[in-house]
Write a protein of this length. Structure first.
Length: 163
């Protein structure tokens, strides 16, 4: 059974689809295709069915990542099939932990930037939606930096499951 990771932001059109695309690429590069499944969702349903923000798509494509995406809202019953739920900021972390049906499910929720050892005390990935392209580029840099540590943690879990 694959290890399942879901990235979550507010509307699922900027940060979480960006994190999903980057991490999916890291999983493929690491040879973990088939062993790790990656997706994303939003805490709110405002954009359900919409594609990613065009600025997200542009930044992803410019940097060699895939960008196919349709927004969806995170559902509490997904906890039972997920191994790890990655929040993009502390507001998402709190919302997801409140949605968790059990304490064990709440423990599955982590902040993305907690996997970046070079990060200071602020673990939020700022929402680039109301800004310019520089905010989307900064978001990508943060996602890429945290993806290295996240991949190491996920690889360790996959190897433990296989043992």
């Amino acid at each position: 059974m694959p290890y399942r990771v879901c990235f979550v932001c507010t509307g699922n059109i900027c940060r979480s689809p960006m994190a999903e695309s980057v991490f999916r690429a890291r999983v493929a590069e690491a040879g973990l295709d088939g062993l790790v499944e990656v997706d994303s969702a939003g805490t709110d349903g405002w954009h359900e069915g919409d594609g990613a923000d065009p600025r997200t798509v542009s930044v992803l494509e410019t940097n060699g990542y895939g960008s196919g995406h349709a927004a969806r809202r995170f559902r509490p019953d997904w906890f039972s099939r997920l191994d790890l739920v990655i929040a993009l900021d502390s507001g998402h972390l709190k919302a997801l932990r409140r949605l968790a049906p059990t304490p064990a499910d709440a423990e599955k929720v982590r902040l993305l930037r907690s996997y970046d050892t070079a990060t200071g005390a602020d673990l939020d990935v700022p929402d680039p939606y109301y800004g310019g392209m520089d905010g989307f580029e900064e978001c990508l840099e943060m996602v890429e930096a945290a993806s290295t540590g996240l991949l190491a943690a996920v690889r360790e879990q996959v190897e433990e499951q296989a043992a």
